[in-house]
Design a protein around this ligand. Structure first.
Ligand SMILES: NC(=O)c1ccc[n+]([C@@H]2O[C@H](COP(=O)([O-])OP(=O)(O)OC[C@H]3O[C@@H](n4cnc5c(N)ncnc54)[C@H](O)[C@@H]3O)[C@@H](O)[C@H]2O)c1
Ligand SMILES: [Zn+2]
Length: 670
């Protein structure tokens, strides 16, 4: 390539990368995958290396992140927060090790002490502790100036507001990655699609979007977590190495990833990288590689920094979990609130060990932006156990026979009018008796998190609808044994179990009942608030907009949605019929504003400081809930001696594990 061609390409790449930086860092809505971005970035680095006089200090290769949003107060980092250099192959890892040794003047055979860490795919933040108290929390921003998001970071329950130590250092700046574990990420996206909001492209964008909120109530509702991994400025304490630093901040109560491990030399780095490549799919959060750091802080200082990244660390990225396949069909499906979502049916293809045959296309806007058509050859990508997405179309593979799927003129299930609400990306079926919406709303009503009618899943609900035995949720309570016996392959015992499950659901907590009704914008959290504030379904039904708005965390959109729901004659009738059938939502006698409000605990192992019933009482007294088994909903597992499978499950799901003493300290307000 001659210099003139190179100059043209460099300019084009810079413009392109700057656009993607803005979309990714500032707007939290990237248009291309990280792997595609990394390719462009790499091309620019290579060209700038080959033509050094075309390099420029303001090139994206020399800068970090994106400009801070001006809706936030700015925070200047005492020490800049840099990015990391990338490595993609074994050879590049070996190059890194060589460079370190050459720079330090060490012999090639020396084995350096490194620390290997999972590279969390989240948002870098800095926490400032002054004399042990959290005073400021900021994003990385452009590396020099970040955004002040203290109020939001304080809602992240893993972040201690006060360090757990007798003599805290005068100043401790800690850097870490805020992330959203996969399970809540998926729930959040499902909810956003139902509400007509664009889903987040990946957990990183969800975490970044959640932290960069003006309203910290929104942040508080997202179960964000953090792992800390680097010091900023520190006064009144000193550490000789990364390993020592991590140990100490761990003791002070800052979360440190337990998968971090010291290693010696290149061979052990490679072994760690391979191990993480295998484990990444079973982790409850997304990692996009491994970070390798020189352990000794003295050596780190000697190596120093370049403009964009330190010389003592490298990020080894995982290959993207992508595959190429064919879109055999695009099928619109109708959700509980009537949102119509296009789903791609794919020729089954294996992506790193998992067979994929469906991909979500989210909505028509997204589908049109990527120009995805039936018959297209596409690149798909799987992130964690998130539903795969179509990354892009291979337009050069087109034959000309590909077809676009237009927005349906009518609901594919009931033929009702379809509307695209201004300001929303979603397309909705407006049919009041749309069978798809009815089906989805009954499935929701009976589901585990709502009325929990065990065994009454999608399959039976579809049969009930097909036989005309159920037209809305109230009809569930009129079902008889004889009616169930009409089902294929139904036995006495099974029918009995289903009826028992329906009967048992009559006594569920009020908050579950409210959530089960499927009022738009009323999720589990809001349902709990409403149950606490109104105490009965009748009171909620009569609530005025003003009363609703007086509840902290209930905004105008939610209030209006509740009013609209109960203004509807049909909805009121449905609720009335259920009460007549004996549904008696129980009122949680929980202390409102208790220390554990809304939190679920599981106790396991041999408890030495209190009995299990005592523990349960303590939790309930503070507004929490003690459950028998560990699930994604569990907030804390309190483990005594010889805790077994429940503890393993907790670790696997990334649930916070407490000792009995830690639990008692929390109870006392630690
Ligand atoms: N898709 C897009 O349009 C787009 C646009 C811009 C950037 N990106 C992605 O972002 C990358 C560049 O972003 P970057 O500057 O944040 O760099 P990076 O993500 O490649 O690496 C640096 C960051 O890693 C994070 N990190 C996670 N775990 C860490 C650990 N244990 N120790 C230290 N740091 C850790 C920190 O946030 C740190 O700032 C690109 O390589 C690309 O993958 C994508
Ligand atoms: Zn419909």
């Amino acid at each position: 390539m001659d210099k003139q061609t190179a100059a043209g390409r460099i300019a084009a790449l810079r413009t392109e990368l700057e656009r993607h930086n803005r979309l990714y860092y500032v707007e939290d809505r990237p248009e291309i995958t990280d792997a595609e971005y990394d390719l462009l970035f790499r091309e620019l680095v290579d060209l700038e290396t080959r033509f050094p006089d075309l390099a420029a200090p303001d090139s994206p290769t020399q800068r970090v992140g994106g400009a801070p949003l001006d809706k936030f107060e700015q925070v200047t980092h005492r020490i800049p927060m840099l990015s990391l250099e990338n490595a993609f192959t074994d050879a590049e890892i070996a190059d890194f090790d060589d460079r370190v040794k050459r720079f330090l003047g060490l012999h090639g055979d020396v084995e350096i002490d490194y620390v290997c860490e999972p590279k969390m795919d989240g948002l870098a933040v800095e926490l400032v502790y002054e004399r042990g108290v959290l005073t400021v929390g900021a994003t990385r921003g452009d590396g020099v100036v970040g955004e002040n998001v203290t109020h939001n970071l304080k809602t992240v329950r893993d972040i201690p507001l006060r360090l757990r130590c007798e003599q805290p250092p005068e100043l401790l700046e800690v850097r870490g990655e805020v992330y959203l574990p996969l399970a809540p990420f998926q729930r959040l996206n499902a909810q956003r699609e139902e509400e007509g909001e664009p889903p987040f492209a990946n957990p990183r964008n969800a975490a970044a979007g959640s932290i960069r909120q003006l309203d910290s109530r929104i942040t508080a509702r997202r179960p964000l977590a953090i792992f800390c991994y680097a010091p900023g400025e520190v006064r009144g304490a000193s550490f000789a190495a990364q390993t020592e630093f991590l140990d100490r901040i761990g003791q002070w109560g800052l979360p440190v990833n337990p998968l971090i491990r010291p290693v010696k030399g290149v061979a052990e780095i490679l072994a760690y990288y391979r191990e993480m490549t295998e484990r990444r799919d079973s982790l409850p959060y997304e990692i996009d590689g491994v970070v390798v750091k020189v352990d000794s802080f003295a050596l780190q200082r000697e190596l120093g920094e370049k403009s964009r990244s330190p010389r003592w660390a490298v990020a080894v990225k995982f290959p993207p979990r992508q595959a190429v396949t064919l879109v055999e069909d695009i099928v619109p499906s109708v959700g509980r609130t009537g949102v119509i979502t296009p789903t791609a049916h794919l020729r089954p293809v294996e992506v790193s060990g998992v067979t994929v045959s469906r991909a979500t296309l989210h909505n028509w806007e997204e589908m049109e932006r990527k120009d995805i058509r039936i018959g297209d050859t596409v690149v798909i990508e799987r992130a964690g156990d998130v539903i795969p997405a179509v990354v892009k179309v291979l337009a050069e593979k087109r034959s000309g026979r590909e077809r676009l799927l237009p927005i349906p003129a009518a609901c594919p299930e009931c033929g009702s009018e379809v509307v695209k609400i201004p300001g929303e990306v979603a397309v909705r079926c407006m049919g009041l008796s749309c069978p798809a919406q009815i089906r989805e709303s009954i499935i929701h009503f009976a589901s585990r998190d709502a009325m929990d009618m065990e065994g009454l899943g999608e399959k039976y609900i579809e049969q009930l609808l097909r036989l005309g035995l159920v037209k809305n949720v109230a009809d569930l309570y009129t079902l008889t044994r004889e009616q169930f016996m009409q089902f294929e392959r139904m036995g006495d015992k099974l029918a009995e179990n289903l009826l028992n499950a329906i009967e048992a659901s009559k006594q569920r907590e009020l908050s579950r009942f409210i959530f089960a009704l499927g009022i738009r914008h009323v999720g589990e959290h809001t349902a709990k608030l409403l149950a606490g504030a109104f105490g009965s379904i009748e009171n909620l039904e009569r609530a005025t907009e003003e009363e609703l708005l007086s509840i902290r965390e209930v905004g105008p959109q939610v209030a209006r949605s509740i009013i609209t729901f109960f203004r509807n004659e049909g909805n009121r009738e449905t609720v009335r019929r259920m009460i007549e059938a004996g549904v008696r939502p129980t009122v949680e006698e929980k202390k409102v504003g208790g220390r554990f409000t809304g939190k679920t605990f599981v106790f396991t192992g041999a408890l030495a400081r209190f009995s299990r019933p005592e523990a349960q009482k303590m939790v309930e007294k503070e507004g929490g809930h003690a459950a028998g088994s560990v699930s994604k909903k569990t907030d804390y597992v309190v483990a005594g001696a010889e805790a077994g499978s429940k503890l393993d499950k907790a670790r696997q799901l990334g649930v916070r594990v407490l000792t009995e003493d830690e639990f008692l300290a929390m109870l006392e307000g630690g």
